[in-house]
Design a protein around this ligand. Sequence first.
Ligand code: ADP
Ligand code: MG
Length: 318
Amino acid sequence: MNEFSLIEVFFKNPAARRSDVVFGIGDDAACVEVPAGYQLLISMDTLTAEVHFKSDWDAYDIAWKAVMVNISDIAAMGGEPCWITLALTLPDADEGWIKRFSQGLHAALARYNLTLIGGDTTKGPLSITLTVHGLIPSGLAVTRSGAKPGDKIWVSGTLGAAALAVSFLGDGKNPEAGDLAIMMNKLLRPVPRVDLAEILRTFAVAAIDISDGLAADLNHICTASKTGACLNRESIPVHPCVKKYRSDDAVELALHGGDDYELCFIIAAEQEKAFISMLKSSRISSTCIGRIEETPGLRMMNKTGKVSTLDPRGYSHF
Ligand code: ADP
Ligand code: MG
């Protein structure tokens, strides 16, 4: 198959077309409608073989993950992901692989009502670059820079399971089969918190998605906002599998492991009550884990009230 028939067979999918796509794959550029009163959010992520995924993974999972990590960036801004473009570099035209990849891609896009509107296909070492385009009501994008001393730090879901899965991939130790499935699902099938977007737009003053680890990503908020932060060790929502298999350093894995794609967001103290009541009605689990402080840097308070410096290092893959 040549490049053009590959695109025609595997990537052009007229079934999955949003009504705001004027034209998509097949011309020199795609064209979409941006409704009045909205702004466009644009974010790109590359996944490289053996760095972000193992090349022996099912291509379906690779595509699914590539889509979800991109969508997660739009969710972290409080936006709605709409359209995606794909730059695919393949070592060869392995039709079986490309078919699985395109199945995962189209399933992931359908899950959040996104349309693939274009891309580029080239030969070289396996690499996947997606650019996701999203919409946000004008002026409401939630950036990293709005945190102020006294604001509360919140995080969605639980942390550490994806990094725990990565740690098991290499070391030959075997967790119980059911637990391994749960962890691998966290690693391969991250659930971007698109359903938090409206709450973020309404209440959050800053937000980030957790790709490199909570400490590293919270540190990005602090740097952009020119603040510091203090976390409560007891409040960090550690995934149950991490507690089970890493009794000594479970909290460390939750803080420094990556790939969770949960959101860390900042709520002003005076908004907290209204935020909590909207959060309750949405039934999305989120936890308050600390406060923004004036002094730069990250700190951690243990249950006896002792405060120590928290290293903002993130997890490094494989
Ligand atoms: P050009 O040479 O004008 O850049 P291409 O031949 O690269 O165009 O691509 C032809 C059409 O197919 C374009 O609309 C492009 O966006 C789309 N396309 C190419 N590769 C992909 C891909 N991997 N996924 C989706 N669309 C693609
Ligand atoms: Mg062209």
